[in-house]
Design a protein around this ligand. Structure first.
Ligand code: SF4
Ligand code: SF4
Length: 269
């Protein structure tokens, strides 16, 4: 068994036992998931999808929570290169690498070929998080996402351009040696099984009211804006994991969706 979106991360036999035990005792449904055209059988921790969440990253004053994604695809590299001045204006990544002694040609080659679009030696040393993480006026944003929004991309085009892990974060997916997926939303009861950090105010109403968070985000997050994870993420889950997956979850949890759920994803800043 291994984490589906963290190919490099092997799990210990002890953790594998804990995951299997958890999925034996917790309430699950079996459904079908389609990821990038490939179908999988998935066992889903159904009640974790009820976790109240409020993903509003473009209005959140916290840095991007992903820190470093696992890969940038060809589309993300292409749009960064086509908009390199805007990318540098937002992130200062090109200017910083020049100050570190790189030439423009080396920087462009790094955007084309290096895992994190910066030379490995500068990962964590020069940049403590993804180079796309940026401050725009008073907001911490994803520069890649903002450039896509400014270009008028649809939600689907933005998802296809950004690293997959960023779009679905912090949903956790494991795969066993039969190819069966185990899917859960990290909650207080199961987060010891997750690799993704999920101790965020947008996944914990109490945390959003804490003095620590309110110092960074004076407005805080409104309690009424918290919705079950499957509702907050509905269009994204539907696009990435398939209609059958979201239908089965919504039906089992007896939930209905509201319209225009993807507006926030394409909101201009
Ligand atoms: S805390 Fe939540 S809303 Fe804020 S940036 Fe992180 S994931 Fe987005
Ligand atoms: S690409 Fe954007 S969302 Fe993903 S880690 Fe970088 S800043 Fe965050």
């Amino acid at each position: 068994m291994k984490y589906f979106m963290h190919n490099k991360e092997k799990i210990s036999p002890k953790l594998e036992d804990q995951i299997k035990k958890y999925f034996t005792i917790t309430k699950t449904i079996e459904t079908e998931v389609t990821i990038e055209g490939k179908k999988y059988i998935a066992i889903v921790d159904i009640n974790s999808f009820l976790l109240p969440t409020n993903f509003d990253c473009f209005n959140c004053l916290t840095n991007c929570c992903v820190q470093f994604p696992y890969e940038f695809n060809k589309k993300s590299r292409k749009i960064i290169l086509e908009n390199i001045r805007e990318y540098d204006h937002l992130t200062k990544a090109v200017s910083i690498l020049k100050e570190e002694g790189l030439t423009e040609v080396e920087i462009i080659n790094s955007i084309k070929h290096d895992n994190m679009m910066i030379p490995e030696i500068h990962v964590e040393k020069t940049f403590d998080r993804c180079t796309c993480s940026c401050v725009h006026i008073d907001r911490n944003l994803c520069a890649l996402h903002k450039i896509c929004v400014d270009k008028g991309f649809s939600m689907e085009e933005i998802i296809d351009t950004k690293p997959l892990w960023c779009s679905i974060y912090p949903l956790e997916i494991l795969i066993d040696h039969h190819g069966t997926l185990y899917i859960f939303v990290p909650t207080k009861t199961n987060d010891y099984l997750a690799l993704n950090d999920s101790k965020f105010p947008c996944m914990d109403i109490q945390m959003s009211k804490s003095p620590y968070f309110r110092r960074e985000n004076p407005i805080g997050f409104e309690k009424d804006d918290y919705k079950p994870f499957v509702i907050s993420y509905y269009p994204i889950l539907k696009y990435i994991l398939g209609q059958t997956f979201v239908n089965d979850i919504m039906k089992t949890l007896e939930l209905t969706t509201t319209k225009d759920l993807d507006v926030q994803y394409n909101k201009k800043i």
